[in-house]
Design a protein around this ligand. Structure first.
Ligand code: NDP
Length: 244
């Protein structure tokens, strides 16, 4: 089973962008997806300058129609739809008594429904090929909660449940599923936090912990993808060494 193409959501920054570069270096043709298409265009150029193949499509993962169009364009451009990295996500942490209903809904829409829309869009191609690999990005927060993470953790627990249920259903096919659960990674993810108490506790956190870099997670994704066809790496949990 040779996997030649990958769709990566949330490819405009952080883990998604690093994963696109990592996979492109492995001669996988990458389809970059996110809302900020100017960033995707720059990344496509960067990948091509390094000898890789990339296309991009402006996509909001909360739209099933846009995700279907993304999968269709990948098939048309590259001939097959082999890998989907469901990476797009938001983390506006807040205490529940702040009643940030809009942010709760956004997290559900992007972190859970976005993953479902991705599976919905690529599954017909993968079933037809009887070949594929879906990588869903969860989190250490998908294993445990902490004050302020109730809804975010809820979405990331859901990603793990959906992935595991999907894996069980696909067990008699050549379609593999991997959950990637990172600890703290230095990215733009915390930019969406609006709860001042959470922001203050982040600022007061004097921990000398060295966070992971996006490339550390990209190599975990690459590891899962490059295993032989009979090996399905079900989950990779990666924390900074000094993260409790
Ligand atoms: P970034 O904020 O750097 O990246 C998030 C990406 O998601 C961006 O490319 C953004 O693109 C995209 N995105 C957000 N909303 C949408 C949408 N509606 N449609 C399409 N794309 C969207 O953060 P990370 O790289 O850290 O996050 C990537 C994943 O890793 C997330 O799922 C996150 O929960 C998870 N994670 C991150 C950890 C960390 O410490 N950083 C730890 C554990 C998990 P755009 O705005 O252009 O649409």
């Amino acid at each position: 089973m040779e996997l030649r193409t990958a769709i990566i959501t949330g490819a405009s920054s952080g883990i998604g962008a690093a994963t696109a570069k990592e996979l492109a270096q492995k001669n996988i043709k990458v389809m970059l997806a996110a809302r900020r298409d100017e960033r995707l265009q720059e990344l496509k150029q960067e990948i091509e300058e390094l000898g890789g193949t990339a296309e991009y499509r402006k996509t909001d993962v909360t739209s099933p129609e846009e995700m279907e169009a993304l999968a269709k364009e990948t098939k048309e451009a590259f001939g097959q739809v082999d890998i989907l990295v469901n990476n797009a996500g938001l983390m506006p942490l807040s205490f529940m008594n702040k009643r940030k209903l809009d942010e709760w809904n956004k997290m559900v829409d992007v972190n859970i429904k976005g993953v479902l829309n991705g599976i919905y869009a690529v599954l017909p191609y993968m079933e037809e090929q009887n070949n594929g690999h879906i990588v869903n990005v969860s989190s250490v927060a998908g294993h445990k909660t902490m004050p302020g993470s109730a809804v975010y953790s809820g979405t990331k627990f859901a990603v793990r449940a959906i992935s595991e249920g999907f894996r069980e259903e696909m067990a008699n096919t050549n379609i593999r599923t991997t959950i990637i659960s990172p600890g703290a990674v230095s990215t733009e993810l915390t930019d969406t936090i609006t709860d001042e108490d959470i922001l203050e506790s982040f600022q007061n956190n004097s921990s000398d912990m060295e966070p992971l870099q996006s490339e550390d997670i990209a190599s975990a994704i690459r590891y899962a993808i490059e295993q032989p066809a009979h090996v399905d790496t079900n989950e990779v949990l990666v924390r900074p060494t000094k993260q409790a």
